[in-house]
Write a protein that binds this ligand. Structure first.
Ligand SMILES: Cc1ncc(COP(=O)(O)O)c(C=O)c1O
Length: 379
């Protein structure tokens, strides 16, 4: 089946009792047994649930993995993947990753004895140089949040394979419609399904998709043992959202490209970060490993923070809110919002300034979005 068909059909047929066309929600904590040794495949919802299973089958098929575990948030997915490692292990990550991931690594897991190096992942040589005898994994986030830097997935996974390291990619920003890291040599993909996979800003969720049986077995064990699985209702919402992933991503991208082109020429904008622009330094790399450029973009205003604040106030269609990937356009200020959990020093090191604004372009008319943003900048 082609991608869009898998979005609609995989993991959906779960109702043998009444033939409902849509996967039912099984809001049960437990399942009764037919006798002391026989159940119908499920015994307790923390360990497994038919609605959640539907979503897991769907997402595994979209990413090209052997299996998936659907969990309660994107951070839970990242946490589950981190429990493949132990104190003393060293992991290499980009220095411009999502602020929450940075906090989890640099604070929570560092306090547990894990070691991290945050490097400029645009340069695979820096990844190679950071490898120590304790290194066990490379964490890839591409495009990165919020500056849309691109990591060369094949170059980095080549380094991982040569050094016997596990590679894990956060594919939240593009979704499997636009990028499938497992096909490029990555071992494990994680998602915040809160974003494009659900697509409607009405649920938080996450997923861990694995390609190798041993990773799959361990991730399943961890998700059950730690109790990270998502609720049947949340799984159902994401499964509903994912059916329209393809058409939504196409609409998202149309708006993003129109907005990026306008911003690129606007005198009040100093710099636009969008890999779809030919002027983006990694445009060719993005083109070679992605099936599109997505709908996240950032820009630096030409003036100070007060001007940025004025822009937020003048916008009518873009809501000032964190998160991304929903049908409505959102705008946010990494300095005090999505990346506030990084130190100011770490933000500057990553290239995030107090002039940086991040936009999640929704599926509204590109014409309306461009007009709204132009008005806010001109006002
Ligand atoms: C790239 C990326 N990964 C992971 C997460 C965490 O996901 P969640 O908020 O669902 O826990 C986010 C949240 O914004 C994100 O942007």
């Amino acid at each position: 089946m082609k991608f869009e068909t898998r979005c609609v059909h995989t993991g959906v047929e779960k109702d043998s009792a009444y033939n409902s066309c849509i996967t039912p929600i099984y809001p049960t904590s437990t399942f009764y047994w037919d006798d002391l040794t026989t159940n119908r495949g499920y015994d307790y919802t923390r360990s497994g649930n038919p609605t959640r299973r539907g979503l897991e089958e769907n997402l595994a098929a979209l990413e090209g993995g052997v299996d998936c575990r659907a969990v309660c948030t994107g951070m839970a997915a990242i946490t589950a993947s981190m429990f493949l490692f132990k104190p003393g292990d060293h992991i290499i990550a980009g220095n411009d990753i999502y602020g929450g991931t940075y906090r989890l690594f640099s604070d929570v897991f560092t306090n547990q004895g894990y070691k991290f190096s945050f490097v400029n992942m645009r340069d695979p040589a820096q990844v190679e140089a950071a490898i120590t005898p304790e290194t066990k994994a490379i964490w890839i986030e591409t495009p990165s949040n919020p500056l849309l830097n691109i990591v060369d997935i094949e170059a980095v996974t080549k380094i991982a394979h040569a050094n016997n390291l596990i590679s894990i990619a956060d594919n939240t920003f593009l979704s499997p419609y636009l990028q499938r890291p497992l096909e490029k040599g990555v071992d494990i993909v994680i998602h915040s399904t809160t974003k494009y996979l659900n697509g409607h800003s009405d649920v938080v969720g996450g997923a861990v998709i694995t390609k190798k049986e041993d990773h799959q077995e361990r991730v399943s064990y961890i998700v059950n043992a730690m109790g990270l699985g998502c609720s049947p209702f949340d799984a159902w919402l994401v499964l509903r959202g994912v059916k329209t992933l393809g058409p939504r991503m196409e609409a998202h991208q149309r708006g993003a490209m129109a907005l990026a082109r306008m911003l690129d020429e606007h005198p009040k904008v100093q710099k636009v970060y969008y890999p779809g622009l030919e002027s983006h330094p990694q445009h060719e790399l993005a083109k070679s490993q992605q099936d599109g450029f997505g709908a996240m973009l950032s820009f630096d205003v030409a003036e100070d923070r007060a001007f940025a604040e004025k822009v937020f106030k003048n916008l009518k269609l873009f809501q000032l809110a964190e998160s991304l990937g929903g049908v409505e356009s959102l705008i946010e200020y990494p300095e005090t919002m999505s990346h506030a959990s990084m130190t100011a020093e770490a933000r500057r090191e990553a290239g995030i300034s107090d002039r940086t604004i991040r936009v999640s372009v929704g599926i509204e008319s590109p014409e309306d979005l461009v007009a709204d943003m132009r008005n806010a900048l001109d006002a």
